[in-house]
Write a protein of this length. Structure first.
Length: 138
DNA sequence: GCCAACGTTGGC
DNA sequence: GCCAACGTTGGC
């Protein structure tokens, strides 16, 4: 089981839309960056990911589940896709500023390489951000 | 709106 | 295969 972080502009794909897609999920499209694609190819069905709103909001707002193994994008088979489904919202969204203010999270890819759109998250980071977001440990 | 950081492209 | 130029992203 691995953990990830998926970035999106709420104008193009928002948490609201992700929630409406329900348990069936939606393909996570538009990744056209080799490092991000490499991370996506390393995903497995059942992995979990944070859902991050960039742009004006800049906060981790929810948790999604990777519900397929990676498969080729029918639009362009050189790039991978996975389907993701909303799991739960964070009761208290974790802002980028809060992540940066937390010394235990300075190593997070979100801080170190803000531009990467599909990022790995360590188990320690996952648990801490969940707790900061108001979710109980599982 | 600016610009630093990063990725990609293309000439050599 | 290198690297300068260029484009894009995203935080500020």
């Amino acid at each position: 089981m691995a953990y990830w972080l998926l970035k999106t502009e709420p104008d193009s794909w928002s948490w609201d839309q992700q929630k409406k897609a329900g348990a069936k999920g939606e393909p996570w499209t538009g990744v056209r960056n080799t490092a991000a694609a490499k991370n996506m190819r390393a995903m497995n069905k059942g992995d979990l990911a944070f859902f991050y709103h960039t742009g004006g909001e800049k906060a981790i707002v929810g948790v999604v589940k990777i519900i397929t193994d990676p498969y080729p994008d029918p639009e362009d088979e050189a790039w991978p896709l996975v389907d993701v489904a909303a799991v739960e919202a964070l009761p208290k969204p974790v802002a980028l500023a809060a992540v940066k203010a937390e010394p235990k999270l300075v190593q997070m890819t979100l801080v170190r390489n803000a531009r990467l759109s599909v990022q790995p998250v360590s188990e320690a980071e996952w648990k801490l951000v969940r707790r900061m977001g108001g979710l109980k440990d599982k």
